[in-house]
Design a protein around this ligand. Structure first.
Ligand code: IPE
Ligand code: IPE
Ligand code: MG
Length: 244
């Protein structure tokens, strides 16, 4: 069984899972948050090098003030607890997204967590908070344009490598496997550039119930995929071939 080098997960379905149990949505978020800690450890123990999770989107501000407050308080607690997992798993943690939109104390916790874990290299854990794929691309383009004005970018066509280096995920390889829990089959603005050749796996299981067994199923399906990247199996690209 081949292990994906980078797994990305859209953590979806906390609210519906709780509702089905006759509980408030906030209960789903609490259990979902505990499950993230557990699954992050599991994924690290399996030997996966990169894990990126979608925890709060730039569109999630449309939710009620009450739900946003619950989520922000959970992130506060989670970011503190994550220092322990980072140490235990020798894992570097990075928050992707626009931290500017978050409360100052959360921004401070993010800096502390990134700082304390910066030398760990067994696993690389990215948490998308106040993240939107379009927002990330626009922030990257804005910085790139500014650097170009100052002559810091090679003239002419911008290369994929240069553009990559302006994204929040700079230096992180693209995901091999994307998992979305809870039945929805859409990206909801997650990693729009990075998922170009990623394998997608959708499951009806809601995030709070997604466990090691469900993960094993996803990896099994991933192993059945034939990744061609636009080529044809058995054919070698012609030397100097192009579309012209
Ligand atoms: C995922 O669960 C957590 C966040 C988006 C913050 P949801 O809150 O989206 O749960 P459902 O999809 O409404 O069930
Ligand atoms: C995507 O889930 C965002 C996160 C999981 C953080 P949503 O629940 O916000 O997505 P939609 O609204 O169903 O597309
Ligand atoms: Mg949802």
């Amino acid at each position: 069984m081949k292990l994906p080098n980078h797994i990305a997960i859209i953590l979806d379905g906390n609210g519906r899972w709780a509702k089905n149990k006759g509980m408030p949505r906030s209960y789903g978020h609490v259990v979902g948050c505990d499950n993230l800690e557990k699954m992050c450890n599991t994924i690290c123990e399996m030997g996966v090098r990169y894990l990126t999770v979608y925890a709060f989107s730039t569109e999630n501000w449309k939710r009620s003030q009450e739900e946003i407050k619950v989520l922000m308080n959970l992130f506060r607690r989670y970011l503190k607890r994550c220092e322990r997992s980072a140490k235990k798993n020798q894992m570097r943690v990075k928050i992707i997204g626009d931290p500017g939109g978050l409360e100052p104390d959360i921004q401070r916790s993010i800096c502390e967590l990134e700082d304390m874990s910066r030398d760990y290299d067994k696993m690389f854990f990215q948490i998308a908070l106040n993240y939107g794929g379009r927002d990330e691309i626009l922030r990257a383009v804005t910085r790139l344009a500014e650097d170009a004005r100052q002559g810091k970018v090679p003239e002419g066509k911008v290369s994929e490598e240069t553009f990559d280096s302006y994204l929040d995920t700079a230096g992180i390889p693209d995901p091999d496997l994307l998992i979305r829990t809870s039945g929805e089959q859409r990206l909801s603005n997650f990693l729009l550039w990075q998922l170009a050749y990623t394998e997608f796996y959708f499951t009806d299981v809601p995030w709070p119930a997604f466990d090691k067994k469900e993960l094993a199923k996803a990896i099994e399906k991933y192993n059945e995929r034939d990744r061609r990247y636009g080529g044809v199996k058995g054919q070698k690209p012609e030397e100097g071939a192009s579309c012209l």
